[in-house]
Design a protein around this ligand. Structure first.
Ligand code: FES
Length: 252
């Protein structure tokens, strides 16, 4: 895997939903190497461990990377205070991303802050993608316009019915009949999506990025049971072996 550490200028920041920030950095070399679904380690001054943040979008033409993250603790709260013109110390691209096969029909299923890592891959499918995303409420809804701008058909669900379908995002996927499903979000959602894919013989990739803490194999907080080629269970790490896995490899 080819990764690098770079000091990257922050060129755009926005708070796009409750406690949710959208950063774009100038990082031509990292953008050239990154694949959708991979993540970055961002150094936050005063914190021992870098923060793992998924790559939301890659713009090779303009040499930028986009990160959309939610404040989850003191580290991400400090990160949110960075301003345009500041430099971010970024180690990227890390981990395994999504397979991208333009021309096939893809279904993307995202929940909450699991939605951002799907955008880069969904853009490659454009009109051949259906994107089903679920949020707690309208206040937490993110990136729906970005998926639409890429040509994807967007379906939205919220837990409280304040936007789109009142219910589960998995209520919105049964008529799609895709060649591939890519999903990222809470474990309960991933379980339902993987079961649906298996029942219907659809290839499925899931990103377990929500399960990462340190992101560098130091905390063991991301241990995950995986199946090897013989179907035997072994312990893997989301940060090193993932975050994207073929759904059938993960003990869900
Ligand atoms: Fe800490 Fe993987 S996130 S070991």
């Amino acid at each position: 895997m080819k990764y690098d550490v770079k000091l990257c200028e922050l060129v755009r920041t926005a708070e796009i939903a409750a406690d949710t920030y959208d950063f774009t950095v100038r990082a031509p070399e990292l953008a050239a190497a990154a694949k959708p679904g991979q993540f970055a380690h961002i150094y936050v001054p005063g914190r021992t461990l870098r923060r793992p943040i998924s790559i939301c979008d890659i713009d090779r033409e303009n040499g930028t990377l986009r990160f959309v993250f939610q404040i989850r603790g003191a580290g991400t709260a400090d990160l949110a205070k960075f301003k345009v013109g500041d430099s971010l110390d970024i180690l990227a691209p890390l981990g395994n991303g999504f397979s991208v096969e333009p021309g096939k029909k893809a279904l993307f299923v995202g929940g909450g802050i699991g939605v951002p890592p799907l955008l880069g891959a969904a853009k490659h499918y454009g009109e051949n993608a259906v994107v089903a995303v679920g949020f707690r409420s309208a206040d937490y809804a993110i990136l729906t316009e970005d998926f639409k701008a890429a040509g994807c058909a967007v379906r939205v669900a919220t837990d409280d019915g304040s936007l789109g379908h009142h219910g589960l995002v998995t209520d919105l996927i049964r008529d799609v009949q895709p060649d591939i499903i890519c999903a990222c979000g809470p474990m309960v959602m991933l379980r339902a999506v993987a079961a649906y894919a298996k029942e219907n013989g659809i290839r499925c990739e899931i990103s377990l990025e929500e399960r990462m803490a340190c992101g560098i194999g130091a905390c063991l907080g991301c241990a995950v049971e995986l199946y090897d080629e013989k179907g035997e269970i072994y312990m893997g790490h989301v940060c090193k072996d993932g975050p994207v896995f073929a759904a059938e490899r993960v003990v869900l």
